[in-house]
Each structure stands twice: as structure tokens, then as C-alpha cells.
Design a protein around this ligand. Structure first.
Ligand code: AMP
Length: 249
């Protein structure tokens, strides 16, 4: 069984996002970009399934510019077997990515796909679900445990205040939640090995797939800066201020 893992290159989670001065989006110029953290978890899970003998091959796929090759190499350093870059410089919405992933999944004949539960740049949380719908596959979002036996996947999902366990027939797609696993540390020898693994590049322009955006970003703004706190002299003043100034939100 082949597993497809969707890997997005995003602004590194340690970098504070800066909005462009014209409010048209986040400024990515000269910023550190790296693998979306939930996709690292997705990749780790797929590699564990291959190591356990459940999967035969892990294919990592990224849609975006040439620089995504670096992110795909990181995914192969975690242990993925090969990579596919679906290359375009165009801005991609979740539906467009889902369609491109559908193309690769169909071409490769994959039986199981793992997406991150959300990309930390657009926070859309849509792509895995749209992919499932396009493929007509069973899907389980926010997975925190995965077991595959024969043609059945048993998935535990994180839901409000608890856990839900589902069984579904393959082929299927899941989206990885934070507690699914802790990705391994990438070692130098594995970085070196990853450089030699196959990386195929497919140009979006040659596929004839409609990736035109369906939405227009009107404005992006940063959150308002938090006001500084104040010190009060004693409890009496605190109570007085709470009565007079505190607002019910
Ligand atoms: P989103 O729906 O944008 O929050 O993204 C959810 C997940 O879809 C991500 O964690 C990735 O696994 C996948 N994904 C989204 N965009 C891309 C992309 N351009 N290339 C590869 N995977 C992507």
C-alpha cells in the first residue's frame, strides 16, 4: 500500500508574521520558511506505518514554487521514500491543492493519504477534506491515533471534550492532529540520504487543471497590540476599579 503525504512549505512557526504595508497579505520576503508542523506529524505517521510493514511506500507531495523542493527533502529525511513537487508560482487555495493532490494520488494509485489538520499560514483546515470529497474516499479529520489492519483503518479523532473512534474501509484520507505522534529528530546521515532520493517535478501548467482562486483577500491586518497592565495599591482599589472599569465581554 502506497501512502501520500501532503507537505506544505509555510512561514516557520518560530517567526512572527509581518503584514505587508498595503495589507494585501503576509510578507514572506527574506523570511525563514519550513515544513508545516502538522505535515511533519503526517509524514512521521506514514513512515511509522511503512516501518511497521503496513505500507510499502511513502510519497510526499508539495504544491508550490521550486523552493518547496527543500521542504520535500526534509520530509524524505524523516523517512519518506520519494517526493513529487507539483510546481507553480501561482497562489493556491485549498480547492486547487486538493485537485492537484487528486491528480497525483490517482496517477500513483495510493490507498491512504495523510494531510495536516491545518496549514499554519492560512489556517484554512480544508484541503484534506476537499481531497477526500474529490476522491470519493472515506475521511477522518483531526486524527490522534491510526491503526490499519487489512483494508480497514481504525482512527481515533480528537473532538470537543473527548475522543471518537471510527472504522473505515480503505482507500481513505485522514488529517493529522497535534497528538498523533512526536516527529523524530532529523539526523545528518538521513539528510544526506534524502539528497539522493527521487524527486519528480510536475508543472501545473501542463496538467490543464483549473487552479483559479475562488476568493479574493480584501485585507489582512495584525491583531491590536495588548494594552499595558496597571498596578493597584491594595485590594480595596482593585475592587473599586473592577466595579467601575471592568467590562463584561
Ligand atoms: P489548509 O487546508 O490550507 O489548512 O491545509 C491543510 C493541509 O493540506 C496542510 O497541513 C497540508 O497537509 C495540505 N496542504 C495545503 N496546501 C498545500 C500545498 N500547497 N502543498 C502541499 N500540501 C498542502
Amino acid at each position: 500500500m502506497k501512502i501520500l503525504v501532503a507537505v506544505k512549505r509555510v512561514l516557520d512557526y518560530n517567526v512572527k508574521a509581518r503584514v505587508k504595508s498595503d495589507g494585501s497579505g503576509v510578507d514572506l520576503a527574506n523570511q525563514k520558511l519550513s515544513m508545516n508542523p502538522f505535515d511533519e506529524i503526517a509524514c512521521e505517521e506514514a513512515v511509522r506505518l511503512r516501518e511497521a510493514g503496513v505500507a510499502s511506500e511513502v510519497i510526499v507531495v508539495s504544491c508550490g514554487p521550486t523552493a518547496c523542493q527543500e521542504t520535500l527533502r526534509s520530509a524524505m529525511a524523516i523517512g519518506a521514500d520519494r517526493a513529487v513537487l507539483v510546481e507553480t508560482d501561482a497562489a493556491l487555495e485549498p480547492l486547487a491543492v486538493a485537485k492537484l493532490m487528486q491528480y497525483v494520488a490517482t496517477k500513483e494509485g495510493v490507498q491512504f493519504a495523510i494531510f495536516g489538520k491545518q496549514a499554519i499560514d492560512d489556517d484554512a483546515g480544508q484541503t484534506g477534506q476537499m481531497f477526500g470529497a474529490l476522491m470519493g474516499w472515506a475521511q477522518a479529520s483531526f486524527a490522534s491515533k491510526v491503526q490499519i489492519s487489512g483494508d480497514t483503518a481504525t482512527i481515533t479523532r480528537e473532538i470537543d471534550g473527548g475522543l471518537e473512534t471510527l472504522a473505515m474501509k480503505l482507500p481513505a484520507v485522514i488529517t493529522a492532529d497535534l497528538r498523533l505522534n512526536e516527529p523524530r529528530f532529523i539526523t545528518l546521515p538521513n539528510i544526506m540520504k534524502a539528497k539522493k532520493k527521487p524527486l519528480e517535478v510536475i508543472k501545473v501548467a501542463e496538467l490543464g487543471i483549473d487552479i483559479a482562486p475562488r476568493t479574493v483577500t480584501l485585507h489582512v491586518s495584525e491583531s491590536a497590540a495588548r494594552k499595558a497592565g496597571i498596578k493597584v495599591a491594595d485590594t480595596a482599589e482593585l475592587v473599586k476599579r473592577l466595579k467601575e472599569e471592568a467590562k463584561v465581554i
